[in-house]
Write a protein that binds this ligand. Structure first.
Ligand SMILES: [Zn+2]
Length: 146
């Protein structure tokens, strides 16, 4: 037996499985009673550790960890404002330039066009609400600790 004794790490790996050790260390372990005794001690320790009861705290561990996490701030939708302001400007300019013509057109087909616009706006609003709800559910799913 010329190889040195196994390191603590190698002894612990051998206690878990001999397949984790290189061949030279496995050969040493077969011939060295001191290392075999230490591996047996680690195996007893590992078994005893698995039999320990789950730790019980006198405080709510989840609540204390959650209290230390940074709170997400509701972000103001600046991107939406950057998009909405030019769109409102373009629509306003369009109405200022062609408003008189549009009033004439809308008076001719007021009921049909108005109804169609209301239906389209309703679909857009419903779509936005569904998307917001789906986003909220995704975020809540990320926060669940089950
Ligand atoms: Zn040894």
């Amino acid at each position: 037996m010329t190889s040195p004794h196994l390191s603590e790490r190698a002894l612990q790996e051998a206690a878990e499985s001999l397949a984790l050790l290189p061949a030279t260390q496995t050969a040493h372990l077969r011939g060295c009673h001191q290392c075999q005794d230490q591996v047996a001690t680690y195996q007893h320790l590992f078994v005893a550790t698995t039999r320990l009861p789950q730790p019980a705290f006198t405080f709510d561990l989840t609540a204390s960890v959650l209290a230390q996490l940074p709170r997400p701030r509701p972000a103001f939708p600046w991107v939406l404002c950057w998009v909405a302001v030019p769109v409102v400007g373009v629509v306003g300019a369009f109405l200022a330039l062609f408003g008189g013509t549009l009033v004439q057109v809308f008076q001719d087909m007021a009921t049909l066009l108005g109804g169609g616009l209301l239906v389209i706006v309703g679909f857009l609003m419903a779509g936005q609400c569904v998307e917001l709800l789906a986003q909220y559910r995704r975020q809540m799913r990320l926060l669940s600790f089950s």
